[in-house]
Ligand binder design. Structure first.
Ligand SMILES: [Zn+2]
Length: 263
């Protein structure tokens, strides 16, 4: 799977921007050379769930629907982790990332534990039930999965554990269900819990910042890698400023528009 990153040196030279296909990788530091010989080093600041979702979309466009489902599902799991950091910042308690990571070590190998932590944390902070990612959520939001009982958990399990080959429609619909679910979670809460505390939007962007700085990096010196947020499908549709959270804006650019379902 590749990210197609723009060469920033090309434009000043001949006015054209080249995109260079670079393999997706664990490190946030991407190094590449364009066909004109410009060498680039860039830190991609996108959160993990965002890059995984992009990998899911690429898998769909290349016809690998099982891989698309794996990537979408992994994207949601990493989103829960990111969201939990944001929830704790939003709570106004003294968040220390080293404490979070100390707890996380005990959760990171079991996604069910992570999900339990997310539900309880959500309930503890907002005092209401979280939006569960299940067939009830899909029904309420008019989403169809093209599987038995419209159940996303059942669907993920048969793909992951029973070797089920999803259809194009199933993979796209599953991605769209996750895309919308994450979007709704991100935009549910607009007001701060207390006076002078973070808004939820600020909590989310601070969480992204904190998680990016977990990655070991070289000190910033002139000529050292610059930071760049890669324009993925998700960070494009979700936008980076609060004003663009309207439903119209979102629906206009959703995944079904990008990959129309087959009749
Ligand atoms: Zn170049």
């Amino acid at each position: 799977m590749k990210l197609y990153i723009e060469c920033f040196h090309c434009a000043p030279v001949d006015g054209k921007i080249q995109k260079v296909g670079v393999e997706m990788q664990e490190s946030a530091l991407y190094e590449f050379t364009c066909s004109s010989g410009h060498e680039s080093k860039i830190y991609i600041t996108n959160p993990k769930y965002d890059i995984l979702f992009e990998a899911g979309l690429q898998a769909i466009s290349e016809g690998y629907y099982r891989e698309a489902v794996f990537n979408f599902s992994a994207s949601l799991e990493r989103f829960y982790e990111y969201y939990m950091v944001a929830l704790m910042l939003y709570s106004g308690n003294n968040y220390k990332d080293e404490d979070f990571q100390e707890i996380w070590k005990r959760l990171e190998k079991q996604s069910e534990r992570q999900l339990g932590a997310f539900w309880m944390l959500y309930y503890g902070i907002f005092g209401k039930l979280p939006l569960f990612f299940d067939n009830k959520y899909l029904k309420e939001h008019g989403l169809r999965l093209y599987v038995k009982d419209n159940d996303p958990i059942y669907f993920r399990n048969i793909v992951t554990h029973q070797g089920h080959f999803p259809t194009y429609n199933q993979a796209v619909a599953y991605g769209e269900a996750i895309n919308r679910y994450m979007y709704y979670l991100k935009t549910l809460h607009k007001k701060p819990l207390r006076q002078n505390s973070f808004t939820f939007y600020q909590s989310l962007s601070t969480a992204q910042h904190i998680m990016f700085f977990r990655i070991p990096r070289v000190a910033y010196v002139p000529g050292a890698p610059s930071r760049w947020s890669f324009p993925t499908f998700i960070n494009d549709i979700w936008a980076t400023h609060e004003g663009d959270y309207s439903e119209e804006y979102f629906v206009y650019k959703n995944l079904i528009d990008k990959f129309p379902l087959q009749s």
